[in-house]
Structure formats: C-alpha cells, structure tokens
Design a protein around this ligand. Structure first.
Ligand code: ZN
Length: 456
C-alpha cells in the first residue's frame, strides 16, 4: 500500500539521519576535548567533512525517494451508467487508449466485466502526465480489485484484496394474511430485493399469485454471505415452497452446474422442470377489476356473452405496460375494440390491450416487459375509461389472463437431471439442519418466522 510504504521509508531514512547527526555531535565533542593534538584535529576535521558529505547524499537520496513515492498522484473516479461497459467509464475518467486496453486486459480474468451494474465505481490514481499508477475497483465492501503500474515494464500487476466473509443460511416461514402478498412480506422482513424477485419469479411459473389466499403458506431457504457479520455481500435462493388452498403445493430447488457460468444454473422442480419466469408483469400500475373473465351480461348490448378478458377500471391516460417481452402483431382501431394492441410472446401466447386512448407502438415492434405501449382510454364499444386485458394461448383460444403463467425453458435431462436429484437431497438436508434452529420472529408485526444457521 502506498501510504504504508511511504511511512516505513520515512521511518527508515529518518533513523539513518538521526544516527548520522549523533555521530557528528560525538565527533565534535571528541574534537573539543582532545584539541591539543593538532594532527588528530586535522584527521577529525576530514572525518567531519566526509560525514557531512554522507549526510548530504543521504538527504538527497531521501528527497529523491520521497518524490518517487508521492509523485503527486491525483485520484479520479467515475461510475457505470446505463448501457455502459468498463471501457466507456475509463474513457470518461480520461485514461488514454493504451492504458485503457491494459487495464481491461489485466482485470478481465478476475472481474466479470459483462455483469457490471449501474452505479459501480472505479478509482484511478494518476500522475500529472495522466498516467494511471493505481486502479481500484470495489466489487463490494469485501472484494477489492487493485492494479498497480509496474513503471519498468509499464504493465499492471493485479492484486485481490478479499476480506473474510461469514456464510449464513436462513429459513423464512410464514402465512399470507388478508391483504398481504408474498412479495410484500419478504420485502418487509428485510430480504434483499434481488432475492425477493427470484423467489416470486421462480414460484410464479407454477403459482398464479392473483389467486393466492389468506392462510396460504410459504417457506424459503436462503444462503447469504456477509462481511463483518452484517454487510450483505451476496446470496442465493436454495429453496422456495408455496402451499395454497387453490393454487396447490409447489417447490423450487436451486440447481448448480459444474460450470458456474452455465445458463442451466437456475431453479427447477424436483423432477427437473425449469422454473425460469419469463416476466409476466401487470398491465397497469393500479389494478381494479371491474369485470372478470367469463360469462356476463354485456353492459351495452344487454346480451349474456362470454367476456374474453378482464376489465380494469382506470383513469384515462394512465400508462399501459407490456406484460412480457414480445413482438407487437396488431396495433390498430376497430369500432368494437377501439384502439387495440396485441403482443405475441415467446411461448406463442398473445396478450391483448383494448379501448386505448393512445397507441405508442406499431406492428412489428419488439417490446420489453413493463414497456409503456399506450394509454388507457374509452375508444370503441366502451362505457367509460378502462383497459380490457385479454390473453390467447398458442392455439388462439381465449384464456383467463389471471391464471396465465409463462415458462421459457425445458426440462433437465440425463446427467444434469441426475445431478439435480443429488442436489435436491442436499438442499433438503441443509433445510432440515437450519430448521432445527430456534425460530425467531422476522418482524414484530408480521407472522413470519426465521431460523438462522452460521455455516462452518
Ligand atoms: Zn372487457
């Protein structure tokens, strides 16, 4: 470390200087005491001169070293913005082409550059010629990547500073109450948002949460790493379970391939069915159902007919979102549906959005989940501003959108399936060990318990 290096150098040279001063003083004293012997005086004078010369050269050497060490480095920093990689950040930090390349080359084996998050910060210590001498990337408070410039070879030497972590497992267990959702409960007991997203995403492949009821039960097993016992560094969801009166009993297990970067690393049912949720989101920010799916008396024609979607009451102009990624196959107007948009999704189902005031996308456009595609309106055969939201399955049959779930990938087979089954048994053992711990209330106001175990 530069600071320690500098202070030990100062200490070392300071010691030598002190000894030299002492030697000169003692010599002067001897000189005074034994001044009667003139030839000795001449000898001693010479000695003093040579000692003073030594002192000068030491002082010069000290100054030179000090300058080298301190070099007047200037610290610059910048952070990742949306859609950027490390290269763009380094560019903004004013690091030249050659050093940019060297930094990326020196760090790419140790840092997964493709998963840099928005806001992650980089520091560089540069001299007045803009040459970077030290480069620092703090992936998290316990993992710091450093590059030091070797001025002779002008290459960077990599050093990882990795502080010891504590690994813990915890089982959260609880029931839904009236008006509570699984997501809401997990957030309230302090589980990091990313892991809450994984739990609900995984379970949503099997569970239509719109039909979950008070009294439905959940249980999840997390494995998390902490720095200094409380700073959250990373975590994974090993197991998630939901048992509902109408939605049934479902379990998800975390599978890990030997290759940590494998796309097979995900959650599966015990029989190997992938639980990778393809992002079915809500079409509106506020969901107020005014008419459900199924048979009803039509408000305008008075005729009993099948209502092939769900009506959400909403003020005119509220944003309407794509419920999943897909391609717009219809964006148009007719006298019944008014302004309408249809999006075909990866599993060949289609979501429909009717009576829109405005349409923001045209046929052929690819849309992302939660992208605004239009605004709520009252066009076509409609008695007031609302969104009619419908879903057709891959064979074009209208289905209840509230029960729609989407699964993107297939089953595990062969050696992967066998490996999953071994891992399922391991997870069950871990679950039992952690469940043997004393339960604690996860929050004063909620009916959620947590059991925690520090891993050896
Ligand atoms: Zn409708």
């Amino acid at each position: 470390m530069p600071v320690t290096g500098k202070s030990s150098l100062v200490f070392f040279i300071g010691g030598i200087l002190r000894r030299l001063f002492l030697l000169i003083s003692v010599t002067c004293l001897i000189l005074l005491v034994s001044c009667s012997q003139k030839n000795h005086i001449e000898d001693l004078k010479e000695t003093i001169v040579s000692l003073e010369q030594d002192l000068d050269s030491f002082q010069q050497e000290y100054k030179k070293r000090e300058q080298n060490q301190l070099k007047n480095l200037q610290i610059v920093h910048d952070s990742v913005q949306a859609g950027e990689g490390l290269f763009q950040v380094l560019n903004r930090m004013g690091i030249n082409d050659e050093q940019r390349r060297k930094i990326v080359l020196s760090i790419q084996d140790s840092v997964e550059l493709s998963v840099l998050k928005v806001g992650q910060r980089f520091y560089a210590a540069k001299d007045s010629a803009q040459t970077v001498h030290i480069f620092r990337y703090e992936a998290n408070p316990a993992t710091i990547h450093l590059l030091f410039l070797n001025s002779e070879s002008s290459t960077f030497e990599y050093k990882l500073v990795s502080k010891p972590l504590v690994k813990k497992q915890s089982v959260f267990e609880g029931v839904l109450e009236s008006g509570s959702t699984l997501n809401g409960l997990l957030f309230q007991v302090g589980i990091p948002g990313r892991m809450v997203g994984i739990v609900s995403g995984v379970l949503q492949c099997k569970v239509a949460f719109q039909q979950a009821q008070p009294g439905d039960r959940f249980r999840i097993l997390l494995e998390e790493s902490f720095y200094q016992d409380s700073i959250w560094i990373s975590g994974k969801v090993l197991y998630a379970e939901f048992e509902g009166r109408t939605v049934g009993h479902h379990e998800a297990f975390r599978y890990e391939d030997p290759d940590p970067k494998s796309t097979y690393n995900a959650h599966y049912t015990a029989s190997g069915e992938a639980l990778i949720f393809d992002g079915l989101r809500y079409p509106l920010d506020r969901l107020h159902i005014t008419s459900s799916f199924g048979s009803r008396i039509h408000p305008i024609t008075g005729v009993r007919a099948s209502h092939n979607g769900v009506d959400y009451g909403s003020p005119r102009g509220a944003p309407v979102y794509a419920v999943a990624e897909g391609t717009v196959i219809t964006s148009g107007f007719d006298q019944y549906s008014g302004n309408k948009i249809a999006i075909r999704h990866r599993d060949n189902s289609t979501s429909w959005y009717l009576h829109l005031d405005k349409r923001n996308v045209s046929a052929g456009t690819r849309v992302a989940p939660r992208q605004v595609i239009g605004r709520v309106g009252n066009t076509g055969r409609s008695t007031g501003p609302h969104l009619h939201f419908g879903f057709t399955n891959s064979s074009g049959k209208w289905i209840n959108p509230l029960t729609k779930t989407m699964i993107a990938t297939p089953k595990l087979e062969g050696t992967r399936l066998a490996r999953l089954q071994v891992q399922v048994e391991e997870i069950k053992k871990e679950l039992a060990l952690t469940e043997a711990q004393e339960p604690q209330k996860a929050s004063d106001s909620l009916d959620v318990n947590v059991r925690m175990r520090v891993l050896p």
